[in-house]
Design a protein around this ligand. Structure first.
Ligand code: PRX
Length: 654
């Protein structure tokens, strides 16, 4: 049965034309212009990207081959030498932007800091030299486990500057999850902070790093600690260093390494359908170009814009659209440490008013939470500086879209609903605000140069209005290059679900979608065992592995259950080992155990103890039935393939 969100998307037919102001000043000014550009790009994507790469970025040395495509492995701008930190910083220094605000930061307790391009450059060079002093060399990996403070962006840019790959691990992940990711990446150094402020509490980040390293991460030889909360932390002699101590004597001169376009820029872990998160690999040149162009055209960036993306740098949105895309364009990017919390539920509107934010980019789950809090909070603030809004992370239901449009955007701001993924590096399907009429709930059409479609399992396009699999048919510059250390998993996960058609390989995104008669894409959500909780991606197997690592649990099955605010919530069915009996205390203990293994984002909303799980005769769990049970629906489909039909009755009685 389709969820209420999908139902409302299926019946949506409103159309919002780009406001006149946008159509006059945007880079791409009309639907005709968009179609002409998209057609030209699709006819020869390599030539299209090469022209933009030449125009928009600084290269130390030109490439000899635009695209080397050995499916499913792509290389872009082969032979080119580039540095993304140079493109984000140095090249602005000889222009008037030298003293423009690059980063405006607001801390949760209300402290704030603004760094101009020159100041940001200086700090990045200093941190780059500090990292070198700690033995970090080109090609090494550095873990970043930070709160949302300027040093998080400085750390990323410092790594990029010296050619070390960063792997940012979201500060909400547990010590256990941190350890696994540091080990997979074989990080040499970890950059962290004493703590971070979140929801009026201090998150003890350094303590989590200590715990992760005690658990065994042999590759790590040094820890760089930023002072944020001034909380008590223990420093291990010889291993741990305060950033402010080393910064005091660090040189601010550090030329950017000339990197190969295909050198590793970062690894970012994301959940898949197995228990082990995968390290998504992004390289330098193509990623720089693609995040630059998508930021420029989709956000229609102007020099006097104040742009704010509410994501955390621990996710791809933070990488591409807080740090690299905005800075490469010489924009002013706002970074906010806090999230709406009981002590200040309207904090987002405060930030918009305080800094005169003009472009605001957030997630549907946040919008739905604001709707619940009522219109009074945004209405109590002056939001008239806003001119453009964006959303990302999950399908937006038309009701939330309309509220965003009316209450936040004052009916004057276009909304760009951007569909993309950690793997794609940047926006794949998005309106261009001067050109694309929008429909609430639709991410509209592909970015120029992206050839996307909705197909069946044989790769054949499905007729308009029918559901199918969302695929991309031509490589693009910021596509992931592989799963770190696991080419076979990369191939299996993304390129083998749907067979090549006439020799053309199709990238399978894991999402279901439909295309309407106007060619607009409507993304319906994941079709694999990945759930989307408040825009955070979690593998059901990952949560199941966490549950079964508790001694009381014999077997666990996890499904997503529709949630009004979070989109989906985690619902776990658990079978206990014989000597344990069900109790509320044990439920709490198991929820806490998942928090310890993964982090608070994975805490199950509900745990149900069961005697058995519905399985096929060959022993496969029938998740479809579990999803029905979790959301209190009737069992949909044929139960006759089940090994033991009484299992469903027992679960229903619960
Ligand atoms: O299911 C899609 C959903 O988020 C998934 C990607 O998650 P992640 O890699 O964590 O990146 C999130 C930020 C880019 C997708 O497979 N998703 C993301 N944006 C949208 C979306 N679903 C519908 N509409 C969107 N705009």
């Amino acid at each position: 049965m389709a969820s209420p969100t999908i139902e409302s998307i299926l019946h949506e037919n409103r159309l919002f034309a780009p406001p006149d102001g946008f159509a006059q000043t945007a880079s791409i000014k009309s639907l005709e212009e968009y179609h002409a550009l998209a057609e030209r790009a699709a006819a020869d994507p390599a030539a299209f990207w090469a022209e933009l790469a030449q125009q928009e970025l600084h290269w130390f040395q030109p490439w000899h081959t635009v695209l080397d495509w050995q499916p499913p492995f792509a290389q872009w701008f082969v032979g080119g030498k580039i540095n993304i930190s140079y493109n984000c910083l140095d090249r602005h220094l000889n222009t008037w932007r030298r003293n423009k605000a690059a980063l405006i930061w607001e801390g949760e307790p209300g402290d704030s800091r603004t760094l101009t391009y020159a100041q940001l450059h200086r700090e990045v060079c200093q941190m780059a030299n500090v990292l070198k002093g700690m033995g970090v060399q080109k090609g090494d990996r550095v873990g970043i486990y930070m709160p949302m403070v300027p040093e998080a962006a400085i750390a990323m840019l410092a790594c990029a500057r010296i050619g070390a790959a960063h792997t940012v691990i979201f500060g909400g992940f547990s010590a256990e999850a941190l350890k696994d990711r540091l080990n997979d990446a074989e990080a040499k150094v970890v950059i962290t902070a004493d703590g971070g402020f979140r929801k009026d509490k201090v998150i003890p980040l350094k303590a989590a790093v200590d715990q992760a390293l005690e658990g065994g991460v042999p590759s790590v030889s040094g820890v760089l600690v930023v002072q944020r909360t001034k909380s008590e932390v223990s420093m291990v002699e010889g291993r741990d260093h305060w950033w402010h101590d080393l910064q005091a004597t660090a040189s601010a001169h550090c030329p950017a390494e000339e990197m190969d376009a295909e050198d590793l820029l970062f690894i970012l872990y994301t959940s898949g359908t197995t228990g082990k998160p995968k390290g998504v690999v992004h390289t330098t040149g193509g990623y720089n170009l693609y995040t630059h162009m998508t930021f420029k055209w989709a956000f229609d960036i102007k020099d006097n814009d104040v742009y704010w993306c509410t994501a955390d740098v621990g996710w791809i949105t933070g990488h591409s659209y807080i740090v690299y895309g905005p800075l490469s364009n010489g924009a002013t990017t706002v970074m906010y440490e806090g999230v709406p919390r009981p002590s200040n539920p309207g904090c987002f509107w405060d930030v918009i008013e305080k800094y005169g934010v003009t472009i605001f980019y957030t997630a549907p789950t946040a919008i739905r939470a604001f709707i619940k809090m009522g219109d009074e909070l945004p209405k109590a603030r002056d939001l008239s500086s806003l001119r453009l809004l964006g959303t990302v992370g999950e399908p937006i239901n038309p009701e939330a879209w309309m509220w965003y449009h009316q209450v936040v955007g004052g009916e004057r701001c276009p909304i760009i609903d951007t569909w993309w993924q950690t793997e794609t590096g940047g926006f794949m399907i998005t309106p261009l605000p001067g050109a694309t009429p929008t429909k609430p709930g639709s991410a509209t059409m592909p970015f120029p140069g992206i050839v996307a479609d909705v197909v069946d399992l044989d790769g054949a396009p499905v007729p308009p209005g029918e559901g199918g699999y969302l695929v991309v048919k031509h490589p693009w510059p910021s596509m992931m290059r592989t799963v770190y250390g696991d080419d076979a998993r990369y191939r299996r996960t993304y390129w083998e679900h749907i067979a090549p058609v006439n020799g053309q390989h199709l990238y399978f995104a894991g999402d279901g979608a439909r295309k309407d008669a106007d060619g607009y894409f409507w993304v319906m959500g994941r079709v694999d065992d990945v759930i989307n909780v408040s825009g955070h991606r979690l593998g059901t197997m990952e949560v199941e592995s966490a549950l079964v690592s508790h001694p009381a649990v014999a077997e666990a099955a996890v499904v997503g259950r529709k949630d009004e605010v979070k989109g989906e919530d985690i619902y776990a069915f658990v079978i206990l080992e014989g000597q344990y009996s069900a109790s509320d205390e044990l439920k709490q203990e198991l929820k806490q155990h998942v928090v310890k293994e993964i982090g608070a984002i994975a805490r199950p909303g509900e745990i149900k103890f069961a005697d058995a799980l519905p399985k096929t005769r060959s022993g496969k769990i029938i998740r479809r039935f579990l999803r029905n049970l979790a959301s209190g629906e009737a069992i949909a489909g044929d139960a006759s393939t089940m090994e033991d039909q009484s299992v469903l009755d027992q679960l229903r009685r619960g």
